[in-house]
Design a protein around this ligand. Structure first.
Ligand SMILES: [Mg+2]
Length: 370
């Protein structure tokens, strides 16, 4: 079997009204998605998406003509290309989609088949008043979710703690609340300082008192000692990070030094599916959790889901959802049907071979910009 071409469709959905993502200093007036298709000489086509694939034209020739099933070879080749500036992990997702289709099995089965569904958490985006955040929490709970992640802005921590306290009060002790401080990495051009370690320690302690399930990215990635300090300070709350940690070496040294409770590398942004599985297996051997970031689009979400379900990750899986600003329809605008959770708040691995992606080709044509 041979790869005969790898094509990219660049899509853009205008967002009106815009999304005010807490981690982005600029409101988002559009949402971009690049779809990767691996075309083979046997008529099987693999689909992936996630990162932008900017610069891929210069390295396409490293893959065309190769056997798509030689996954480890391709992972190593993607890593050599990434060193020079790209993050071409959506290609690996498309290759796994080919492998699954050839095997006539869901990719999660090839990754170990540990679970067929995972409890989802509604991963919110916007900073809202306590009352508005409670309204969204009720909507989310009524849709079946048993967990929600709330953003706290470094410049408005009192407002953030008030929102968490209000949701805890309104929904009670059974509803799991995660908090994301988004301090480990930055959008381009965001040069503001992270909160200092003392302020972060005080904040995490208060969140622990509100029975927060995990606190995510409380510090810059470089501050391993600070992460360990937070864990030692707060035995009642988990510390999570790693969504955009691009080097396996760094992730493995986090494991060696026991820096985190929860490891979150996104398989279409950070280290790819094959490497994430290795990390997940090692984390689980050490009794630490693996549950990947999935904040891209429905295709990227599915790639992460197959890895997480395959290796038995969890206990919750990220489902980007913050109505009305961020909905499954916006997030998955290129899919025939948006990825949904079931009435129990779980996200099920599609039973179809491969990643189970079904594109809406009309939408792909309509929203294509390149
Ligand atoms: Mg995050």
């Amino acid at each position: 079997m041979k790869i005969v071409d790898i094509s990219l469709d660049r899509l853009r959905l205008e967002l009106d009204p815009p999304l005010h993502a807490a981690w982005d200093p600029v409101p988002r007036g559009h949402f971009d998605a690049t779809i990767v298709r691996v075309h083979t000489d046997e008529g099987v086509t693999g689909i992936g998406s996630g990162d932008t694939m900017d610069g891929f034209d210069a390295v396409r020739h490293l893959f065309v003509g190769q056997d798509p099933l030689d996954i480890v070879r391709h992972v190593r080749a993607i890593e050599t290309a990434n060193f020079h500036g790209g993050r071409f992990w959506p290609l690996e997702a498309a290759l796994w989609d080919v492998v699954g289709k050839v095997a006539e099995l869901p990719v999660a089965t090839l990754f170990g088949g540990a679970s067929r569904s995972l409890p989802a958490y509604a991963s919110t985006a916007e900073l809202k008043s306590p009352q508005e955040r409670v309204e969204v929490a009720w909507q989310v709970r009524e849709a079946g979710f048993r967990a929600m992640k709330i953003r706290i802005d470094r410049d408005r921590t009192e407002d953030g703690v008030a929102a968490v306290a209000a949701v805890r009060d309104a929904l009670g002790p059974e509803f799991a609340i995660m908090v994301d401080l988004n301090q480990s990495w930055r959008m381009a051009g965001d040069t503001a300082d992270a909160t200092d370690l003392v302020a972060t320690r005080r904040l995490v302690r208060r969140l622990s008192e509100l029975d927060v399930f995990w606190v995510e990215e409380p510090l810059p990635y470089a501050d391993s000692a600070g992460f360990r300090r937070l864990r030692a300070d707060n035995p009642g709350v988990r510390i999570a990070a790693g969504e955009m940690q691009h080097s396996m070496t760094e992730l493995l040294s986090c494991l060696d030094d026991d820096v985190l409770d929860v490891y979150q590398p996104d398989v279409v942004l950070a280290v790819g599916m094959h490497r994430a599985r290795t990390l997940a297996e090692l984390a689980q051997h050490k009794h630490r959790a693996f549950t990947p970031h999935s904040w891209t689009n429905g295709i990227g979400l599915l790639a992460n889901l197959h890895v997480a379900a395959g290796v038995g990750g969890g206990p919750f899986f990220e489902y980007p959802f913050d109505p009305p600003g961020w909905t499954p329809e916006r997030r998955d605008f290129m899919l025939a049907d948006p990825v949904r959770v079931n009435a129990a708040g779980e996200i099920e691995v599609p039973a179809r071979p491969g990643l189970g992606v079904e594109l809406d080709e009309d939408a792909v044509r309509r929203f294509r910009v390149g």
